[in-house]
Design a protein around this ligand. Structure first.
Ligand code: ADP
Ligand code: MG
Length: 254
């Protein structure tokens, strides 16, 4: 398989993941295209987090293949031959978590600059300049010297998004990034994600925000019992669900 600009940026084939005897991901095939926003929806425990964590090797698949720009993802740190290891993969594929995972003893600016300076070895001055641009983008310029515990949940999550973007990823994975927030803080985080989508950022977004998914996602995957039960445009999956399972799942959000 040769990487081409037109081909999918990530491909997943026959993906399986078990924890001991518990089979959690049961044969998932999926493509993520450059510039695409894919929403992943489904019941709690259906394997959504496990699936997207496999995409940057935070979980090691039990079977199947993942490829990044046509290069096979290997369970090792260094890339070799035509294959890609997790060190390089994670620079291309960033992740934002439900619980922010900010460094509590670092300021907002230090949180954002840490990765590019320590991991990418970029000069601090250039990184800080980019960090300030990103803080502007997420609406937190005035918080650059604040510590995480002085921020609201919505502000923390916007910092976490800026921190992921500071690594200049080609793909961003977001796992229920608004689920830990008070309801009045959800909108400000969704608004940032919407901006990224408009900028053409490639994203896979696990979310329970159905109207947001319907609005922003190019495609929606419904995961049920570790398999993709429905996959299609937001219109077909969220507005015209085919199966009773999906209808009943969606009815909980009305
Ligand atoms: P979702 O994100 O859709 O709620 P998860 O991917 O977190 O689902 O979990 C899917 C299943 O895998 C659940 O039954 C969960 O208990 C199990 N699971 C997830 N992570 C682990 C783990 N590290 N060890 C054992 N079981 C796990
Ligand atoms: Mg989850």
């Amino acid at each position: 398989m040769h990487p081409t600009a037109a081909g999918p940026i990530l491909t997943v084939r026959g993906l399986e993941k078990s924890y001991n005897k518990l089979r959690v991901i049961k044969g998932v095939d999926l493509d993520l295209h450059r510039g695409e926003v894919l929403a992943i929806i489904g019941p709690s425990g259906s394997g959504k987090s496990t699936l997207i964590r496999c995409l940057n090797l935070l979980e090691i698949p039990t079977a199947g293949e993942i490829a990044y720009e046509g290069r096979r993802v290997e369970n090792r740190f260094k890339s070799r031959g035509g294959n890609i290891g997790c060190g390089e993969l994670r620079r291309h594929v960033g992740m934002v978590f439900q619980h922010f995972n900010l460094f509590p003893h670092k300021t907002v600016l230090q949180n954002i600059c840490e990765g590019p300076v320590a991991v990418l070895k970029e000069p601090r001055e250039a990184v800080e300049e980019r960090a300030m641009e990103l803080l502007g983008k997420v609406g937190l310029l005035d918080k650059r010297d604040a510590y995480p515990n002085h921020l609201s949940g919505g502000q923390k999550q916007r910092v976490a998004i800026a921190r992921a973007l500071a690594m200049r990823p080609d793909v961003l994975l977001l796992d229920e990034v608004t689920s830990a927030l008070d309801p009045e803080l959800v909108g400000e985080v969704l608004q940032v994600i919407r901006l990224l989508a408009n900028d053409g950022m490639t994203m896979a977004i696990v979310t329970h925000e159905m109207s947001f998914a319907a609005d922003v996602a190019d495609r929606v995957a419904f995961i049920d019992g570790g398999q993709i039960a429905e996959l299609g445009t937001a219109d077909s999956v969220i507005r015209n669900p085919a199966s009773e399972r999906l209808k009943s799942f969606l009815s909980r959000f009305n």
